[in-house]
Design a protein around this ligand. Structure first.
Ligand SMILES: [Zn+2]
Length: 227
């Protein structure tokens, strides 16, 4: 791991539990990514805890006990402004809808995430999210080609279980039960699309069809009584 400190951070508010892990793609090559994420002059200052290069090299920009500025306006499971309680990883990829993530990079990512989760056990599987999950009105990263299922198989985040009862009734209520924001800033179909981006990237159409309802059921089924 290479330390490459960024000045763009804030103290975590007192008593904050680190309980969310947010995955991003950079949309920029490595060098530009590191520059932007440590530039104190930009009108909108941004950063992340880690940047992961395509060859698996890991850069640490902000220590985990400080808040990095990666999530922006965001929402998950009833909470907003998730920078305070989250860890953010920027994965170098120009656009995860169009470019695969190299296996070496994903291997390194899995190792990094497993370490983070071990250090912060409050990051339960349902709290491992993509930027597109927590800001569906404006973000699509980490993109359609991000291997969420492989991460879930390595204990990082959830993947729908087959054979669960499908969600009937109000799809938005069910999406909110999993964590998604209510459709106050965008149409409900945009929230469905955010869900599909992650769990059914083959067809992102915003339709709450039977397969979408089955996938969501297969996630909610894993949450137990507290869902
Ligand atoms: Zn992002």
């Amino acid at each position: 791991m290479i330390d490459r400190p960024s000045p763009n951070y804030a103290p975590r508010p007192a008593g904050t539990d680190i309980d969310v892990l947010v995955l991003h793609y950079t949309e920029l090559p490595l060098k530009e990514s590191l520059d932007v994420l440590s530039d104190p002059q930009r009108p909108l200052k941004v950063s992340a805890h880690y940047v992961l290069a395509e060859d698996g090299t890991l850069y640490r920009l902000v220590p985990e006990d400080r808040a990095a500025w990666h999530a922006g306006r965001s929402y998950w499971r009833g909470r907003e402004a998730l920078n305070a309680s989250s860890i953010g990883i920027e994965i170098v990829n120009l656009h995860g809808d169009h470019h695969d993530y190299p296996p070496k990079q994903i291997e390194a990512l899995i190792e990094l995430c497993q370490g983070i989760i071990a250090r912060h056990p409050a990051i339960m599987p349902r709290n491992v999210v993509g930027h597109s999950d927590i800001a569906p009105q404006r973000k699509v990263d980490p993109g359609l080609r991000f291997p969420w299922q492989a991460l879930a198989a390595a204990g990082i985040g959830l993947w729908p279980k087959a054979g669960a009862r499908l969600v009937d009734g109000d799809i938005q209520q069910a999406l909110q039960r999993f964590g998604y924001p209510p459709p106050t800033e965008v149409a409900g179909s945009e929230i469905v699309k955010a869900f599909q981006r992650r769990f059914r990237p083959q067809r992102v159409d915003g339709e709450a069809d039977l397969q979408t309802r089955a996938l969501l059921g297969g996630l909610l089924d894993q949450l137990g009584g507290g869902a």
